[in-house]
Design a protein around this ligand. Structure first.
Ligand code: TMP
Length: 216
C-alpha cells in the first residue's frame, strides 16, 4: 500500500500454530509503538461473517467444496468492506488472522479446486487488496492439529471443527500449499517456524516486521 500509515498484515498457519496468540501479541506491539490497531479474522470479523463462520466450521454442516469456497469468499467480501478497508482508510494498522492465502492452501491444495479459479475469486472478494506482509507460522501438521483439537474441545468436542476433522493428508497438503505460496511470493510471505515459547516466535515476527516494512 502506498500510504505509509496504512499497514495490513495477515497471519497464516495450519491448525494449532498459535495464530490467535500471535495476532494479540502483535496488536499489543503496535499499540506500544503508538499505533491504533484493528485485530480481525477470517472467516468472521463482522456479525454476518461470524454467522458464515458457524456454518463453515460446524461438524454437522454438509458442504461441497465449491460451496465452501464461495462461503469463504462471501465472508471475505463482507469483511473487507465492513472492517478492513474502512480501518485502513482511517490510517489504522490492520492485523487479520487468515486471509486470501488460506483459501489457496485449504480450498486449492486441500480440496484441489483449480488454483486459477481461487485466484480470481480471491481478487474479486478482496477488492484486489494484498497484505503488505504475511507471516506463515509453520508447525508440523500433526502436532498443530492436536493443539487445535484440545483448544476447541469445548465448542466441537475432541474431534475438532469440520476442517480439523479432515485427514492428516489434507492438512499436510494445506501445509504444502502455504509453503509453495511463500516460494511464489517470497517478499510478501515470510515463513516462521514456531519456537518453543510464544515469546520466542513473537520476537522472530517482530524482526520480520522491522525488516520488511522498514518501521519501528
Ligand atoms: P481458525 O479460526 O481456527 O483459523 O479457523 C478457520 C478455519 O477455516 C481453518 O480451518 C482454516 C479454514 N479456512 C479455509 O479453509 N479457507 C479460508 O479461506 C479461510 C480464511 C479459512
Amino acid at each position: 500500500m502506498k500510504n505509509k500509515n496504512r499497514i495490513f498484515i495477515t497471519i497464516e498457519g495450519g491448525e494449532g500454530a498459535g495464530k490467535s496468540t500471535h495476532c494479540r501479541l502483535l496488536k499489543r506491539y503496535f499499540e506500544t509503538c503508538g499505533r491504533t490497531c484493528v485485530l480481525t479474522r477470517e472467516p468472521g470479523g463482522t456479525k454476518s461473517s461470524e454467522s458464515i463462520r458457524k456454518i463453515l466450521l460446524h461438524p454437522q454442516s454438509n458442504i461441497f467444496p465449491l460451496t465452501e469456497l464461495f462461503l469463504y469468499e462471501a465472508d471475505r467480501a463482507q469483511h473487507i468492506q465492513e472492517i478492513v478497508l474502512p480501518a485502513l482508510k482511517q490510517g489504522k494498522v490492520v492485523i487479520c488472522d487468515r486471509f486470501i492465502d488460506a483459501t489457496v492452501a485449504y480450498q486449492g491444495y486441500g480440496r484441489k479446486i483449480d488454483l486459477k479459479i481461487i485466484e480470481q475469486l480471491n481478487k474479486i472478494a478482496s477488492f484486489a487488496l494484498k497484505p503488505a506482509l504475511t507471516i506463515y507460522l509453520d508447525i508440523d501438521a500433526k502436532r498443530g492439529l492436536n493443539n487445535a483439537k484440545k483448544l476447541n474441545k469445548e465448542s466441537y468436542g475432541l474431534s475438532g471443527d469440520r476442517i480439523e476433522r479432515e485427514s492428516a493428508l489434507f492438512h499436510s497438503n494445506v501445509r504444502k500449499g502455504y509453503l509453495s505460496q511463500s516460494k511464489k511470493e517470497p517478499k510478501r510471505i515470510k515463513v516462521i517456524k514456531t519456537q518453543k515459547t510464544a515469546q520466542e516466535t513473537h520476537n522472530l515476527i517482530r524482526e520480520e516486521i522491522k525488516k520488511c516494512l522498514k518501521i519501528y
